[in-house]
Design a protein around this ligand. Sequence first.
Ligand SMILES: CC(C)(COP(=O)(O)OP(=O)(O)OC[C@H]1O[C@@H](n2cnc3c(N)ncnc32)[C@H](O)[C@@H]1OP(=O)(O)O)[C@@H](O)C(=O)NCCC(=O)NCCS
Length: 154
Amino acid sequence: MHADIRPARATDIDTLVSIENSVFDTDRISRRAFRSHLASGTASLLVSEKDGAIAGYALLLYRKGGKTARLYSIAVANGHASAGVGRGLLAAAEKAAAARGRPILRLEVREDNARAVDLYRRSGFRPIGRRENYYEDGAPALRFEKHLGGSKEQ
Ligand SMILES: CC(C)(COP(=O)(O)OP(=O)(O)OC[C@H]1O[C@@H](n2cnc3c(N)ncnc32)[C@H](O)[C@@H]1OP(=O)(O)O)[C@@H](O)C(=O)NCCC(=O)NCCS
């Protein structure tokens, strides 16, 4: 039951690609992109490990010199859905961003992804806008933001 969250390793990439392909229909992160994020100094790739298996991942990007971190992607393997893995990864992503000196975490999510939107809202993210035609299939994105840490939260 217990999930450990740790930085991804090169040997995790096969699993990350298979999670990506099974949970997203468009805008998938390629193997090559996972590799490049793993080696990047401006990204954090975190995995949640449950009983020795990768249950999900979160990818954060840090633009140089900014105050914000971007939650570029988060996904939980189908077999581990609704068990708190997503919430745990989101909390770990917030911690990683704060530790990196980024007091604001932003993200985009498909407007029709009610489950993810619900997770972000309940975790204290506030809507800050909408982007038309954001995804490969033309779907719009909602943008969310959270101020991290201390009493300034929410
Ligand atoms: C969105 C996602 C990351 C959530 O991960 P998860 O591990 O299944 O979710 P958790 O068990 O941590 O639950 C988090 C919240 O999701 C919602 N949720 C969980 N299971 C749900 C279900 N079966 N139906 C509807 N909402 C559900 C709840 O709001 C829950 O909050 P709660 O803990 O207060 O009840 C996961 O569904 C996923 O990978 N989806 C596909 C990829 C994706 O859409 N990523 C987000 C792109 S921006």
